[in-house]
Design a protein around this ligand. Structure first.
Ligand code: LLP
Length: 414
């Protein structure tokens, strides 16, 4: 299952994207339910025969319909805020399969998570351990805790999404981690259950993850020797996807295979927190061409989607392939694809060779299912795009396009 041109028309599953753009307007995010299920099942198959839990990282794509279809597949969820937990519960997710990650959990969010019956907290500092212990005590509860360790492994990815090195804000430094565990184990309202890490995102090579897992396995053994009931390792997310043809990624099966070999035989259960590798390739952003212009010899194609809809190019210089939704057969030109926002950083693709786009035509920005809509904003008072879920031969709007009234909700004139 994939996005592909059939008879010159870009399709996913049994649906033509030109039809979706016509019916739902642009810009619009489109997701394939079938592809999301397929990726999730690849994870499940890779772990077969081993105690495990797949906690989808909600931040990658938090649309309720996406969460609901993963909940139905049996997924757990990795959350980083009370808002994400609210979404998971709304979508029918099971709190008992939720892990609460993040470096700055608020007291309110911790309280909500304990009330809801979240399974596990991944704590990142002494200060957080103390707050969690106090809040759990006030509520007469016991919170299950893993510490997120910073294994100081270079994930070889963009600096903004690299998290497992000493200079990053994330995790507990390896040099003090035993002390932190001893501190947590001594807290009356906490039960230490596991060790967690997440070293980065969009990793194209599983080798750094394998190295991190080796360090985690060794640490778990040391902690068990100290008398701690460590029962699981949480390996985080981070598996990359193919944004451009030149990129090579291992399959989910191969990457998980390499990781499980390190853990097998230890008796530990494994948890993972994949986001991008489940939803990125399942999604595209459709945009309509507004104008073409030539500035000093450079071609610009101005479309109705912008950095507020898809921030990744502006923020990370990320590459998203551009495809015409209907093949036009026009002669190719080299052009930048830019949005209407008043910033030079508002570009979606640079220097692309495409059949010359014409006004009114629809293009697809590929591999946009992860960190696309979720990072969208209302900058320039642009309503956020609609979201559509394709499933087989049918599709439906799973989030309506924002209106101008939505833009000013909660605001008032003095
Ligand atoms: N677990 C934790 C604790 C995380 O911080 C993340 C992502 C994940 C799991 C999921 O990682 P994934 O499997 O999706 O790589 N906005 C950036 C990506 C930021 C990732 C942040 N943490 C982008 O658009 O590339």
């Amino acid at each position: 299952m994939n996005y592909e041109h059939r008879g010159g028309r870009l399709c996913v599953e049994e649906v033509e994207l030109a039809e979706v753009a016509e019916a739902c307007g642009t810009p619009v995010y489109v997701y394939s339910a079938g592809m999301i299920r397929e990726r999730y099942r690849e994870y499940a198959a890779a772990f077969a025969g081993m105690p495990h839990r797949i906690c989808y990282a909600v931040k990658a794509n938090s649309n309720l319909a996406v969460l609901a279809l993963l909940a139905k597949e049996g997924a757990g969820f990795d959350i980083v805020s009370g808002g994400e937990l609210f979404r998971v519960l709304r979508a029918g997710g099971d709190a008992a399969k939720v892990v609460f990650s993040g470096v700055g959990k608020s007291v309110g969010d911790i309280r909500y998570a304990i009330e809801a019956g979240v399974d596990n907290f991944n704590c990142e500092s002494f200060a957080e351990i103390e707050v969690l212990d106090r809040v759990a005590g006030e509520m007469g509860a016991t919170a299950q805790v893993a510490l997120r360790v910073n294994p100081d492994v270079n994930p070889v990815t963009h600096e903004y999404i690299s998290t497992g090195m000493r200079e990053n804000k994330f995790g507990v430094d390896m040099s003090i981690v035993e002390k932190a565990y001893a501190h947590a184990a001594a807290c009356r309202n906490l039960r230490v259950t596991g060790v967690s890490c997440h070293i980065g995102s969009q990793m194209l090579d599983p080798a750094p993850m394998v190295e991190a897992v080796e360090r985690l396995v060794a640490l778990a053994a040391r902690l068990q020797a100290m008398g701690m009931p460590i029962a699981h390792l949480d390996l985080g997310g981070g598996l990359g996807v193919k944004y451009q043809r030149s990129e090579e990624t291992p399959s989910i099966g191969a990457a998980i295979g390499a990781l499980r070999r390190v853990v097998e035989g230890t008796g530990l259960a494994v948890m993972v927190e994949p986001g991008r590798s489940i939803v990125a390739e399942a999604g595209v952003l459709l945009a309509r061409v507004l104008y073409r212009k030539n500035n000093g010899g450079k071609e610009f194609t101005i479309v109705d989607a912008a950095m507020n809809d898809l921030l990744r190019p502006a923020l990370y210089k990320a590459f998203h392939e551009v495809k015409p939704v209907v093949a036009s057969g026009a002669a190719e030109i080299e052009t930048d694809i830019v949005g209407p926002v008043c910033e030079s950083g508002d570009w979606l693709a640079k220097g692309r060779v495409l059949p010359a786009p014409t006004s009114g035509e629809v293009i697809a920005l590929m591999t946009a299912g992860a960190y696309g809509f979720g990072m969208a904003s209302n900058y320039n008072s642009r309503g956020r795009a609609a979201e559509v879920l394709v499933d087989g031969a049918s599709y439906r709007v799973v989030r309506e396009r924002e209106t101008w009234d939505d833009l000013v909700r909660g605001e008032s004139v003095a």
